[in-house]
Write a protein that binds this ligand. Structure first.
Ligand code: NAD
Length: 331
């Protein structure tokens, strides 16, 4: 048995967390859970966005299954996600988007993994008010952070027998910052002659992703482009309800759905828990609990392909709890 920390988050967070924990339990995942309420709602209740006990738990377990947290727009506290990624040096954000035969989209052959640098770029959150009408935002790109994410992308490609890594950048305009990222990419690519490599400008990537997503394999990119294009890849496979992710560093690992707290459907019990469930499967695989992960993935595939118990985002009418119960029955 291994203990994991669980953050329930805001909006649809508690609903999808409950669904995922009940599936993990039904699958006899060898886990015990330390579960915490975190986020904006927790702040309203107890005056702390993340209670100290929750940090203490993560620092003990080193494994976090995290639900989305609401971040105020244009004001208020800094994103807790960004805070967690920086505090625990979770530098690699890995987001696999794979078509599922059971979810019909115009793009049946998508199998793309985005490696998003997770600690710098514009997400350092350094904004300076120059005068009433002028704000400067700082974009930081360093050799250390770029090297480790780019090397991780190539190592992953080799380990998973993938064939190509594409560097996504805007070095035609940001000649120094993205230029550094791109030049490091070209250096590291030489260490992996068995893996094909190329680079593309981010706007071109957006167009090509929706025209020919089958031409992409692994993408590695600075923080902001990674955030945006990975949401685009979720659209290719059927929506945000289907895109899991892991955030890893040298000591800690955090697994979360790519989507946010979806306030528009919070409390309606229609959220799709699959992205968080597949994130939990990535966690099990990270822990070498491959068999349990495979069992859960298989049960989800069966429910998706039967197509009779789907949440509304996938064209069905099932409540989160009905979808969860159906998966548990397949286990
Ligand atoms: P969102 O991802 O929450 O929602 C976008 C759209 O997708 C909404 O229509 C929503 O209903 C739908 N959606 C998302 N997840 C779904 C699911 N599991 N099942 C069914 N439909 C789903 O994006 P947003 O509305 O721009 O952001 C809401 C809040 O979430 C903001 O405060 C934002 O900062 C935060 N956010 C948090 C994270 C995180 O915690 N990792 C990530 C992204 C956004």
């Amino acid at each position: 048995m291994k203990t994991i920390t669980v953050f329930k988050g805001d909006g649809i967070g508690p609903e999808i967390t409950d669904a995922v924990i009940s599936i993990l339990k039904a699958a006899h995942a060898p886990l015990t859970y330390e579960i915490f309420n975190v986020g904006a709602a927790e702040y309203e209740r107890n005056g702390a966005l993340i209670p100290n006990d929750a940090f203490v738990s993560f620092e003990k377990t080193h494994l976090l299954l995290k639900s989305p947290i609401t971040t105020p727009i244009g004001k208020g506290f800094r994103s807790l996600n960004v805070t967690l990624r920086n505090k625990y040096n979770l530098y690699a954000n890995i987001r696999p988007a794979k078509s599922n035969d059971a979810v019909k989209t115009p793009f049946p052959n998508v199998d793309i993994v985005t490696f998003r640098e997770n600690t710098e770029d514009l997400y350092v959150g350094i904004e300076t008010q120059i005068d009433r009408n002028t704000v400067h935002a700082t974009k930081i790109i360093t050799r250390t952070a770029s090297e480790r994410i780019i090397r991780d992308a190539f190592i992953y490609a080799r380990k998973k027998k993938r064939h190509k890594v594409t560097c996504v950048h805007k070095a035609n305009i940001l000649k120094l910052s993205d230029g550094l990222f791109l030049s490091i990419f070209k250096e590291i690519a030489k260490e992996f002659p068995d893996i094909e490599s190329d680079d593309k400008i981010v706007d071109n990537v957006c167009m090509q992703l929706v025209m020919h997503p089958e031409n992409f394999d692994i993408m590695v990119t600075p923080n902001l482009y990674g955030d945006i294009i990975s949401d685009l890849t979720s659209g290719l496979i059927g929506g945000l309800g289907l895109l899991p992710s892991m955030n890893i560093g040298t000591d800690y690992a955090m697994f979360e759905a790519v989507h946010g707290s979806a306030p528009d459907i919070a409390g309606m019990h229609i959220a799709n828990p699959t992205a968080l469930l597949w994130s939990a499967c990535m966690m099990l695989e990270y822990m070498n609990e491959n068999e349990t992960a495979a069992t859960i993935r298989h049960a989800v595939d069966l429910i998706l392909s039967e197509g009779t118990t789907l949440t509304p985002d996938l064209g069905g009418t099932a409540k989160t709890e009905e979808y969860t119960t159906a998966i548990i029955a397949k286990l």
